[in-house]
Design a protein around this ligand. Structure first.
Ligand SMILES: [Fe+2]
Length: 197
C-alpha cells in the first residue's frame, strides 16, 4: 500500500468530517420535519465524535493534523460550497424547498464521508502493526453510523421530494423504518416503499 496516499485519505477524511459538522449545523437551520430534525441532531453529534476519532487516529499514526494537501483543500471547498448552497436556499426559497436543498447537501456530504470510511476499512485489512490496529479500531467505531447517515438521508431526500411533487410519500422513509445499514438493505427498502404507502 502507498503510505503517502493513505495519509492523503486520512487528511481528506478529517476535512470531510469537519465540513460535515458545518453541513449539519446549517442543514438544521433548514429542516422542517421534526423527525428529520431529530435524526440530523443525532448525526451532528456523531459527526463531531468522528472528527475526534480521525484526529486521534492520525495522531497515533504520527500525522500533523494541520498539514495542508491540495486534496484536502478541495474537500474543504466542497464542504463550504454545500453550506453556501443551503444559505442561498434559506434566503431565497420557501422553507420546504430549503429543506430539500439541505437534504441533498447532506446526501452529497455523506457520500464522500461514506467512501472515505469504506476505503479506511479496506486499508485496515492490508495495513500491518500499529497502523492496522488504529485503522481497524476507528473503522469499527464509525462504520455503522456512516451507513445510517448515508442510506437514511438518501431515503429522506427521495421521500421529501416525492411529497413536494404532490405524491404520496413514506415518511419517515422505509430506510429508517427498516433500520437499513447496508447498500443491499437500502435497495430492498426502496423497492418495498410501494407496499408501505
Ligand atoms: Fe462521519
Amino acid at each position: 500500500m502507498k503510505q503517502e496516499q493513505l495519509n492523503e485519505l486520512l487528511y481528506q477524511a478529517l476535512e470531510t468530517e469537519l465540513g460535515g459538522v458545518q453541513v449539519y449545523t446549517t442543514a438544521l437551520k433548514c429542516v422542517v420535519n421534526e423527525d428529520l430534525k431529530e435524526e440530523w441532531e443525532k448525526y451532528l453529534d456523531q459527526t463531531r465524535n468522528h472528527v475526534q476519532i480521525v484526529q486521534d487516529t492520525m495522531t497515533t499514526l504520527g500525522l500533523d493534523l494541520k498539514t495542508e494537501t491540495p486534496g484536502r483543500k478541495v474537500v474543504r471547498h466542497t464542504g463550504e460550497s454545500l453550506v453556501k448552497a443551503m444559505e442561498m436556499a434559506l434566503e431565497s426559497a420557501e422553507p420546504a424547498a430549503a429543506e430539500l436543498v439541505a437534504a441533498e447537501c447532506v446526501t452529497l456530504a455523506e457520500t464522500k464521508d461514506h467512501l472515505n470510511w469504506e476505503l479506511i476499512g479496506e486499508a485496515a485489512k492490508k495495513a500491518t502493526g500499529e497502523t492496522a490496529k488504529a485503522l481497524k479500531a476507528a473503522h469499527e467505531e464509525v462504520e455503522e453510523q456512516e451507513d445510517e447517515h448515508l442510506y437514511h438521508t438518501t431515503g429522506w431526500t427521495r421521500e421529501l421530494w416525492i411529497e413536494s411533487l404532490g405524491m404520496k410519500a413514506v415518511l419517515p422513509p422505509p430506510e429508517e423504518e427498516k433500520d437499513v445499514k447496508t447498500a443491499i438493505g437500502a435497495a430492498r427498502a426502496k423497492h418495498a416503499r410501494a407496499d408501505m404507502l
